[in-house]
Design a protein around this ligand. Structure first.
Ligand code: ADP
Length: 243
């Protein structure tokens, strides 16, 4: 911070040393929870999230069931110890909104008609947060769903782009998110190219938006490869365990 103005670039690089089009480091592990049908632990920069998927299973309360297809439920929760100051436990407006948009981003890939009268429950727990937790949650949930063997048209992958110091950049870290000019989380199905979520906080010109979407699509392609690798590794470990 100089004279009250936050400067985000030093020698052409961002505060954490990244280029404008560079993702933070990611680590993805599938099948980490014994009691869930599918699960995933994911780290993305300073974010640490766990996703657990149950189902397709009987719907409770029963009146919520749909006779023609499965219902998908998505619960995003940020642990009270996941932020600097203790967060009040339990749902708040933000987590309800994130759960809704994340469910909408995910459910279009699920072949729901195959499982009428059932529920697919997705739980995302944020253990440590550093901006971009909804994207991290969606990436983990997507792997957990595949790990649960739920038939899908493809994996859903998510990352954000934004604007700092007038520059469009990929994957904002916490300082960039807090003091930047725009934050745009995007989710897509890399296999088909369909976009399943776009939200925008801040202001961008149309050209900046187009530039950012290009970055986000390339970022999602990279994350998609890591999601696939995590699932292949889990599958290979399962096969080894059976030998
Ligand atoms: P996302 O995590 O998807 O980027 P936001 O843009 O709403 O969602 O939040 C950005 C970051 O701000 C979060 O990742 C988290 O680090 C921080 N944050 C959000 N809510 C709180 C809160 N109640 N207390 C402290 N920090 C928070």
């Amino acid at each position: 911070m100089a004279d009250g103005v936050y400067t985000f670039f030093k020698d052409g690089l961002r505060l954490d040393g990244r280029r404008k089009d560079e993702l933070r480091p990611l680590k993805i592990e599938a099948g980490v929870l014994k009691r869930a049908d599918g699960s995933c632990y994911l780290e993305h920069g300073g974010n640490k999230v766990m996703a657990a998927v149950y189902g397709p299973r009987e719907v409770h309360p029963r009146h919520l069931h749909n006779v023609t297809q499965a219902i998908v439920r998505y619960k995003y929760n940020m642990a009270s110890f996941s932020v600097d100051e203790r967060k009040r436990p339990g749902p708040d407006r933000r987590s309800i909104e994130i759960s809704k948009v994340s469910r909408e981003a995910m459910e279009s890939v699920v072949l729901k008609e195959r499982f009428p009268r059932t529920a697919i429950d997705v739980f995302v727990e944020v253990l440590q947060s550093d901006a971009g937790t909804r994207a991290a949650g969606i990436n983990a949930a997507s792997v957990a769903m595949a790990d649960a063997g739920i038939p899908m048209k493809g994996l859903v992958t998510s990352c954000a782009f934004g604007k700092i110091d007038g520059e469009v950049v990929l994957d904002l870290c916490k300082e960039e998110d807090n003091y930047g000019e725009a934050d745009v989380p995007v989710a897509m199905i890399p296999r088909t190219g369909d976009i399943t979520m776009i939200q925008m906080d801040g202001h961008l010109t149309f050209d900046e938006f187009k530039e950012g979407m290009k970055l986000a699509i390339r970022g999602c392609d990279q994350i998609y490869e890591l999601q696939r690798e995590a699932l292949i590794e889990k599958h290979q470990n399962d096969l080894k365990a059976k030998e």
